[in-house]
Design a protein around this ligand. Sequence first.
Ligand SMILES: Cc1cc2nc3c(=O)[nH]c(=O)nc-3n(C[C@H](O)[C@H](O)[C@H](O)COP(=O)(O)OP(=O)(O)OC[C@H]3O[C@@H](n4cnc5c(N)ncnc54)[C@H](O)[C@@H]3O)c2cc1C
Length: 467
Amino acid sequence: MTYKKSMDATKPYDLVVCGGGPSGCAAALAGARDGLSVLLIEGRANLGGAATSGLVSHWLGGRTQGGEWVVGGLFRSLSMEAADRRSALIPTLPVGVLYQPHGWLPWFIHGIPLDPHGVARLLDDRMIDAGVDFLLDTQAVDAIVEGTRISHIVIHNKGGFAAVPARCVVDATGDADIAALSGCGVRKGRDEDGLMTPVTLVFHVYGVDHRKLSETINRNRTPKFRGKIRELREAGIWNFPYDAFISVQLVDDETAMINTSRLTGIDGTDGASVTEGYVRGRKETEELLAILRDHVPGFENAQVKEVASMLGVRETRRIVGDFELTVGDLQRDASFDDTVGFSIYGWDLPDPKRPSVQPLVDESGRKYESRVKKSLSTPIPYRIMLPKPIENLICTGRCVSVERDVLGPIRVMAPSMAMGEAAGVAAAMVRVAFGEVSPEALRGRLRECGGIVDREVLPKIEPRVDP
Ligand SMILES: Cc1cc2nc3c(=O)[nH]c(=O)nc-3n(C[C@H](O)[C@H](O)[C@H](O)COP(=O)(O)OP(=O)(O)OC[C@H]3O[C@@H](n4cnc5c(N)ncnc54)[C@H](O)[C@@H]3O)c2cc1C
């Protein structure tokens, strides 16, 4: 069936950023800082993406366990500003206790717990101050392509359809929507069967007694309650396909983010499947909370504060670029001349069918479940953001050109912001194509803006210590 529609064109922009998550917000701010006219398009009511609408309120991957910054630039400045506003905490490793409540493992101390509403407010303010135009509740629904260039992004909101003329486009949708719509090469999930890692409907609870929870975890050395879950499973109480309890104490010490459920078989690019994810997720939220109240000390009086309005999708499409960052690159600790940032996060991409298992693929393609060693930091080469064949499009965040397991370290939010910042800076350097931007000039500008792009200046990173 063909459907034709005429629509108005809006004013033109140097840069149109599709998706206002961590990577899209960083791209918009960086582009505006370098003098571009920028329009940021976000499908939800808040900027911030997974951290706000998805209630994944914990920026990971940007600091060492000792609290030094591995991702600088906009990530560091937004973190500091959010902390000044009491919308974030910048925790330090406590002395004398094994486990700390912001993730329950010492090395998780590098994360930055957030108040999602405060962060959404901060991002509104930062966009306004930077002169970024932004549209909320607005979807980017198509791209008009002329040859190998996008000429317009088609948007839809309560005002109907409109076409936005764009010189450059950042695809920060997480799902490579614009790359797919404009005919770029994309792939989805595992090569063998297309299956993707499970999704989660995150929820926040209040009324948690973190002192009691902490005492239990430290006394029993049980950060994820695996033994208790085994008992509950044997008693027919825990019937979920995962074996770990994951919570993070947020800014207010009675509030916790529950990132425990793992819903298998959901495709984040399929409307019916996403709907199933919400329905199953809400049901599981209720079931999980009832179990936590009865069986996890500290949760006796916990109440749901909020259930995410955006399903937590970890994986959908990845672009197929000329260059792909591989597991082998990370095992070899490869360095790249076009590095635009780093991540300090590990392999974390649960098996599509067995959500508590982290399978990895070695270079011969053999599957095994033991840990594949990689260096402590993961470099982010600029080339992983370049799709083919559209030359004025760049992709950021969890949809870049990497071997699937590399999504583990690279998909978290601090490195996503590093990618977004690099994309925004690159957009100001583009004459014709993102592929023609000089990596040295790009890295130089990122350094000037406080970015960390050189291995030599990375803080000394100690191997993580799991008690
Ligand atoms: C359950 C779960 C737990 C996680 N835990 C952590 C964690 O603790 N810490 C951490 O750092 N990372 C975590 N991650 C990973 C991280 O949240 C994401 O990989 C990261 O947010 C990627 O950033 P992004 O900017 O690419 O995408 P997103 O944060 O997904 O943002 C994309 C934005 O684009 C918008 N959008 C999408 N399509 C369109 C469109 N067509 N038009 C307009 N807008 C659109 C979306 O509404 C969204 O706001 C987790 C992920 C999940 C799902």
